[in-house]
Design a binder for this molecule. Structure first.
Ligand SMILES: NC(=O)c1ccc[n+]([C@@H]2O[C@H](COP(=O)([O-])OP(=O)(O)OC[C@H]3O[C@@H](n4cnc5c(N)ncnc54)[C@H](O)[C@@H]3O)[C@@H](O)[C@H]2O)c1
Length: 302
């Protein structure tokens, strides 16, 4: 997609992190923006900031895990701006701990937002975009889904998140292939960030009441939270840079969007494990002290 001015972006998770930075860039490019998020107060603040940059904004409060709410947001988008050109299915949440200690509510919440949220976005918007493309040979569209490096490798102690993000990578690669079968006017990307300082390590702020646990967090969940606080807090690449990479990839029709390309060696190791039928490699080979610390903390838990 080469032209942005006067066109429409739909961004989920727009009240914080990558979504807010993407909204800032979209405003600078002269786009109309549907800013969708579950957190009303943050959304109100973000939308008024983006409006003050001169953009036409439709702020929309929704929970992306709910198909009906995403469909209603798609209808509101069409009514206000027509079919969108750029859809950024980006809202997501994180939760850690040993995989057998995730509760059913943990699985429902993480898969519901991270994976089904993207499914709902793709189902609601792709037909609308294809219809616009069929009517107008000048129409260009792009769908970017936010996965993670956790969709490319499997770090321990964050199983539900890994599963959700591998699902988003698979969905996005398939979306890319399916779009190529039917149109030259719409393309897709997948964003795979490594650790970047955003609000993601405080995801529980938006965990709905019916997904809350009565039980206290387990030792492995506390260890995961402490590790992610540290890793996210010390991220060197900014959310604004990552959002710029997203737009660069849309402009260049590039599918994979990395925040930390040097971390791709871990993806290569995993793919070599698969191709050579090797058992999964130690994910902490580069930073053995982290692996040792994690082992010690978890074994101390008894
Ligand atoms: N920051 C990182 O290090 C990192 C790394 C890899 C992947 N990601 C992914 O990037 C995406 C954006 O996260 P971020 O890092 O900007 O975090 P963030 O917490 O700053 O932003 C996420 C936004 O999503 C919203 N959200 C949460 N649940 C929602 C729901 N059910 N419906 C609608 N909106 C909802 C939140 O209110 C928040 O505004 C997520 O998919 C996340 O998994 C982040």
């Amino acid at each position: 997609m080469k032209t942005f001015k006067g066109r429409t972006a739909v961004i989920t998770g727009a009240a914080s992190g990558f979504g807010l930075e993407a909204s800032r860039i979209a405003a600078g490019l002269g786009m109309n923006i549907v800013m969708a998020d579950v957190q009303q107060d943050a959304l109100d603040r973000a939308a008024s900031e983006i409006e003050s940059l001169g953009a036409s904004v439709l702020p929309y409060r929704l929970d992306v895990s709910k198909a009906g709410e995403v469909e209603a947001m798609a209808a509101a988008t069409k009514q206000r701006f027509g079919a969108p050109h750029f859809v950024f299915n980006n809202a997501g949440v994180a939760s850690g701990g040993l995989i057998w200690e995730h509760t059913l509510k943990d699985w429902d919440w993480v898969l519901g937002v991270n994976l089904m949220g993207v499914v709902h976005g793709v189902r609601a918007f792709t037909p609308m975009m294809l219809e616009a493309a069929a009517k107008d040979p000048g129409y260009e569209g792009h769908i970017t889904n936010t996965a993670s490096m956790a969709g490319m490798v499997n770090m321990p102690n964050m199983g539900a998140y890994n599963v959700s993000k591998h699902g988003v990578v698979s969905l996005s690669e398939t979306l890319y292939q399916d779009l190529c079968l039917v149109t030259d006017q719409i393309r897709a990307s997948v964003l795979c960030p490594y650790f970047v300082s955003t609000g993601i390590h405080h995801s529980h702020r938006n965990r709905p009441a019916d997904m809350q646990e009565d039980a206290k967090p387990t030792k492995s969940q506390l260890v995961a939270q402490a590790l992610s606080d540290k890793a996210i807090g010390s991220g060197k690449v900014s959310a604004a840079q990552v959002a710029q990479y997203v737009f660069d990839a849309v402009r260049d029709s590039r599918f994979y969007v990395w925040s930390h390309p040097h971390a791709l060696s871990s993806v290569q190791t995993r793919l070599e494990d698969v191709a050579q039928s090797r058992n999964p490699s130690n994910p902490f080979k580069e930073r053995p002290e982290i692996g040792e610390r994690l082992k010690r903390d978890l074994r101390e838990a008894g």
